[in-house]
Design a protein around this ligand. Structure first.
Ligand code: SAH
Length: 359
């Protein structure tokens, strides 16, 4: 019989599987809770390490179940404390997470797919192409692995801003969201979990139907269909007006992400257009400095230019934050480490969205 992966299911289902198991083994039911706690709440590297269980039970557990690990292929630490992890998956695929400490919080930027199919012109994960969807456990285990480090990295916030488009992998992302949030899972508050999307409409609807207060960030990047189509091919399938309408209907406040591309989307007129859209759905705007060396031939907007753009939005009653760039010295941008290690592209050319700071 194939062993069941206890991490690749909702905590409630893992508990049910464990209860069934302990009953079959004629063991007291409290054993099931004891094992469940070691999946996420107080993670154990393996069954053998759950030393408060009798040895024969540990052996029996590993015959019936698995609690797989993600292999940390590489880790780099920035002078500013940002740490970047490259995980190697069992089929050789590589994904990245970035741990960003800030003011007592620790935000982990996680991946939902290996590669990405969407080909946004400035993003190098797109240039990498799509490899495969991650399983729910592979998404949530990026956090679990942080807790298994010595010393552990306690994670307080999650952003789905690593590799991939979370709403193109909704079934797995949806399970992962429960694992992240459930008190019997990782117990991270829903308001501390942000899903970032290019605007895949069915995904926005699916997330709005969840009762938890997960946060939604939309990669807008252009205030008109014409420009957005050029920057983000997905705009053909999901045009800006539909995305804005969906954001308006979302019952919680959304964040617009807007990467500042010099001479492309940073004019005064574009600030006015963006302000109108943001006001329409009462969105918070996050201006993202373009990471140098991303895909395509873009120039970052200057610091002054970004401040001017931010001011223009503020003057029109829009709340704005300019995202800090972090971990530049370690190429702490999702995609870069994978690129360096796998030698697919030169390290200077990689996608750059690891430097996330979500308000
Ligand atoms: N697919 C999702 C989530 C991953 S990308 C999305 O697009 O929202 C997370 C954020 O990083 C997105 O806003 C993306 O547009 C941005 N990003 C991609 N490449 C970047 C670069 N070179 N510099 C700055 N931000 C970038």
């Amino acid at each position: 019989m194939e062993r069941r992966n206890l991490l690749d299911m909702l905590p409630a289902d893992a508990l049910a599987a464990l209860l069934e198991f302990v009953e079959r083994e004629n063991l007291p039911s409290y054993r099931a809770d004891q094992i469940l706690r070691r999946l996420w709440q107080s993670p154990s590297p393996g069954f053998d390490d759950i030393t408060d269980l009798p040895m024969p039970l540990r052996a029996r557990l590993s015959e019936v179940f698995t609690i797989p690990r993600l292999d940390i292929g590489a880790c780099e630490r920035s002078v500013d404390g940002t740490e970047k992890f490259l995980f190697t998956l069992s089929d050789g695929q590589a994904i990245e997470s970035v741990a960003i400490p800030d003011n007592g919080r620790l935000t982990l930027c996680i991946s939902s797919q290996a590669g990405c199919a969407l080909q946004c012109s400035f993003c190098a994960t797109g240039a990498m192409g799509f490899q495969r969807n991650l399983a729910a456990w592979e998404i949530a285990a990026q956090v679990r692995e942080m807790l298994l480090l010595d010393p552990p990295i306690p994670v307080s916030n999650i952003v789905f801003m690593g590799m991939g488009e979370p709403f193109m992998n909704w079934p797995a992302v949806s399970v992962a969201l429960t694992i992240l949030n459930d008190p019997k899972g990782l117990g991270i508050g829903a308001r501390h979990i942000t899903v970032s999307t290019v605007g895949v409409l069915p995904g926005i609807v699916a997330m709005s139907e969840r009762p938890e207060q997960f946060r939604l960030a939309i990669s807008v990047h252009a205030p008109s269909d014409e420009l957005r189509r050029q920057l983000m091919p997905i705009n053909i399938k999901y045009p800006l007006s539909d995305v804005i309408a969906a954001a308006k209907e979302f019952d919680r406040r959304v964040t617009f992400e807007y990467v500042m591309l010099g001479g492309v989307n940073d004019s005064g007129e574009q600030a006015r257009q963006l302000a109108a859209l943001a006001r329409e759905c009462h969105a918070f705007v996050n201006l993202i400095p373009l990471h140098p060396g991303g895909a395509g031939n873009f120039t970052p907007t200057s610091g002054d230019g970004i401040r001017r753009f931010a001011r223009a939005l503020r003057e029109r009653g829009v709340e704005v934050a300019v995202r800090k760039s972090r971990g530049k010295d370690i190429a702490a941008a999702c995609g870069q480490l994978r690129v360096e290690r796998l030698g697919r592209r030169s390290p200077g050319r990689a996608d750059q969205h690891g430097d996330v700071q979500v308000a």
